[in-house]
Design a protein. Structure first.
Length: 275
């Protein structure tokens, strides 16, 4: 009986922390409404949310919902038919390769980030720049400059010490005048990679995290021709596990492990998965 009471107490204390991640491609109206409400309540502007959903609907229609989740959220991580998606996209969009994770995150977070300087260290963004140049809705020059300043290369020492790299990234963002709105509940999530070829840090993946009643929604575009995806999470431990499972894929590599930033700080639950 004591063991049973102890087990019940654990369940009560952890609450929704036992909830497993679930996934959506925002194909149906209900999931779009849920995501839109969470984003708006987190401080993202209605205009940014509207543009985001317009892009979601355009992508889903273009690929004809091929291999996408058709309704709501599902508990099993989707397996997308990447070849079929790319073929359908390229057939209809020609030279425009689509939005990616960084472009999507910037579109949602633009109003919540102050950027007062510029950088020319943007060689890592050549595909992003190509996508921006062919985008159906023209980007303003100032937005392109802000975007490349936020996501451009950051020089760093050749070390595997993540703390050193976090400090270098924070210093570079400080010098570029990058500051995040601390009043907003939405946050930019950046998976930061280390390159030993040129001793640089770069953001390999980005998404937006917003709270909801039973945890969080992580909103992302998987890649240029892969889908928009929303992951429903119970806590930030699940966010770390989800991202590290995807991006911490090498063992005993010469580079530092990928690390996750939430706005300008290391994610509080960050932990690498592999040696």
């Amino acid at each position: 009986m004591k063991k049973l009471r102890a087990l019940l107490l654990v369940v009560l204390l952890t609450g929704c922390s036992t909830q497993q991640p679930s996934y959506s491609n925002l194909v149906d109206k209900e999931s779009q409404t849920l995501a839109a409400q969470a984003m708006t309540e987190a401080g993202i502007s209605e205009a940014a949310v509207k543009t985001f959903l317009t892009n979601v609907n355009d992508y889903n229609m273009t690929v004809e919902n091929t291999s996408l989740i058709k309704q709501g959220f599902v508990d099993k991580m989707p397996q997308y038919d990447e070849l079929a998606l790319a073929e359908k996209w390229e057939d209809k969009k020609q030279l425009y390769i689509g939005n990616n994770c960084r472009m999507t995150s910037y579109g949602l977070m633009n109003d919540l980030i102050t950027i007062s300087d510029k950088t020319t260290n943007t060689a890592n963004l050549f595909m992003d720049k190509d996508a921006i140049s062919y985008a159906p809705t023209a980007w303003l020059d100032e937005d392109t400059a802000r975007f490349t300043t936020l996501f451009g290369f950051v020089p760093t020492p050749n070390t595997k010490d993540v703390e050193v790299h976090v400090a270098k990234l924070q210093q570079a963002w400080q010098e570029r005048g990058i500051h995040f709105n601390e009043q907003a509940k939405a946050s930019l999530i950046s998976v930061v990679m280390h390159s030993t070829l040129d001793d640089q840090l770069f953001i390999g993946h980005a998404g937006v995290l917003v709270p909801q009643a039973n945890g969080y929604l992580f909103i992302e575009k998987l890649s240029f021709q892969e889908p928009y995806q929303v992951v429903q999470l119970a806590n930030k431990e699940q966010l770390n596990a989800y991202l590290m499972e995807k991006y911490d894929v090498s063992e005993n590599q010469p580079e530092a492990k990928p690390f996750i930033m939430e706005n300008g700080e290391l994610l509080t639950t960050y932990k690498a998965l592999r040696p």
